[in-house]
Design a protein around this ligand. Structure first.
Ligand SMILES: NC(=O)C1=CN([C@@H]2O[C@H](COP(=O)(O)OP(=O)(O)OC[C@H]3O[C@@H](n4cnc5c(N)ncnc54)[C@H](OP(=O)(O)O)[C@@H]3O)[C@@H](O)[C@H]2O)C=CC1
Ligand SMILES: O=C(CO)COP(=O)(O)O
Length: 380
């Protein structure tokens, strides 16, 4: 870092937080992020499509369906009027499920100021195109700078003020100049900074987003095995080998290995795979205990990103020749009618490989078909 010419002190570039931010998506994570922004002193508008939810936010400062027990900050305002919500916004957060990001980004493009950066906070890969969420948004947002926010962040804990950290990722380079302090990552990280919410910045969008998309599928795998009666050894193995799958896919797509060891990678993986608070882990637990899919979550529609993404992520991995055996196993169970026990027994009986996978070694496993059938029997 250069020294300041007058004082000789290290030069500290100045970056200012955004003062007016709009969050599109009034579900649990959108509202929790809006709470953080409002608590940080930012003029925050939350834009939702259900008038009853918005009325509750404005009239009672609560949203019992999405954040039970939380009192929302006074300054937080809700609206269903997107053009009004986006008027004069200095930054926009899109916080809807991954399957709705393209549609919502298209609406944001119509109404947001032309220079406004947009952060996508959904975790997933678009099914039809194999694109990351920021790439989907970029296609719709007409040249606006697009980034993401991701990390180990259960919405309710965040809104309740439990110390939480996340990564804000946007490009750091403008033309051929590296200017991190001018990046929306830094300005949004400042807007997302309170005594209990800590933001880090990154310019590795691929690494950050692959972490968020893959961890949900591994959490379903952990839930399936825990639900089937296995314990901590199994879960630790799935988390560790799941991390290897995440790393391999991120690198194949141009992301950085060290990003995967950060908040959006191992951080979110360990959170989501450790607690039934996770909807992904919880779906796996229920299915592993034998609950039919239609009866999971008492039949309520719940956003479980890893379910559809088991397909989109493995399609993407296949297209770049990356082996993701755990994600493939989850896909086969959820989407291809594979038997839970047989699929997991086969996962465990795969040829012996080197760890890390950079060494290309493979030895046939000595387990016999009878051994595999025995393990499958124990799981089913
Ligand atoms: N909850 C969490 O702890 C975290 C979630 N995330 C990610 O955030 C994303 C959103 O999840 P989350 O907030 O939990 O989900 P919720 O189910 O709590 O909320 C989803 C919200 O998106 C709205 N929505 C869906 N489709 C559209 C659309 N086409 N136009 C406008 N609004 C729409 C829903 O409206 P309606 O109710 O009317 O359908 C609802 O308000 C997911 O990708 C998730 O992985 C990331 C970190 C933490
Ligand atoms: O992404 C999350 C925490 O970081 C939320 O996980 P679930 O979607 O599994 O609830």
């Amino acid at each position: 870092m250069k020294d300041h010419a007058m004082t000789g002190q290290p030069f500290q570039p100045v970056a200012l937080p955004y003062r007016k931010v709009t969050v599109v998506g009034a579900g649990s994570w959108g509202t929790a992020l809006a709470v953080v922004l409002a608590r940080a002193g930012c003029e925050t508008t939350i834009c939702g499509r259900d008038p009853a939810i918005i009325d509750e936010i404005n009239m009672k400062s609560t949203t019992e369906r999405f954040l039970p027990g939380v009192t929302l900050p006074e300054g937080l305002r809700g609206t269903t009027d997107m053009p009004k919500a986006l008027e004069g916004a200095e930054a926009v957060l899109i916080v809807v499920p991954s399957r709705s990001v393209r549609n919502v980004a298209r609406q944001v493009a119509e109404h947001a100021p032309k220079e406004t950066p947009v952060a996508v906070c959904a975790k997933g890969i678009e099914a039809e195109t194999g694109l990351l969420m920021t790439q989907v948004a970029e296609e719709e947002l007409g040249g606006r700078c697009v980034g993401c926010v991701s990390g180990p962040t259960f919405a309710l804990e965040t809104a309740l003020g439990h110390p939480t950290a996340a990564t804000v990722a946007f490009p750091f380079t403008y033309g051929d100049r590296l200017r991190p302090h001018e990046s929306p990552a830094v300005r949004l990280a400042l807007s997302l900074s309170t005594e209990s919410f800590r933001s880090y910045v990154s310019d590795d969008l691929v690494g950050v987003e692959i972490g968020g998309a893959v961890k949900n599928i591994i959490a379903i795998a952990c839930g399936l095995m825990s639900g089937a009666g296995f314990a901590e050894n199994t879960r630790a193995a799935l988390i560790t080998r799941g991390l290897d799958e995440m790393k391999a896919l991120a690198e194949a797509l141009g992301g950085r290995r060290e990003t995967v060891t950060g908040l959006s990678g191992i951080g979110d993986l360990s959170l989501t795979c450790s607690s039934p608070t996770s909807r992904n882990m919880s779906l796996g637990l229920q299915l592993g205990q034998g609950t039919p899919r239609a009866d999971c979550f008492d039949g309520r529609p719940v956003v479980v990103e890893g379910e559809m993404n088991a397909k989109s992520v493995t399609d993407l991995a296949r297209s770049v020749n990356v082996a993701m055996p755990i994600c493939e196993t989850v896909r086969s169970i959820l989407h291809e009618g594979a038997d839970l026990g047989t699929a997991f027994a086969n996962l465990w009986a795969r040829p012996i490989e080197a760890e890390p996978r950079t060494m290309d070694l493979s030895f046939t496993h000595p387990a016999t078909d009878k051994d595999i059938a025995t393990l499958a029997e124990r799981i089913s």
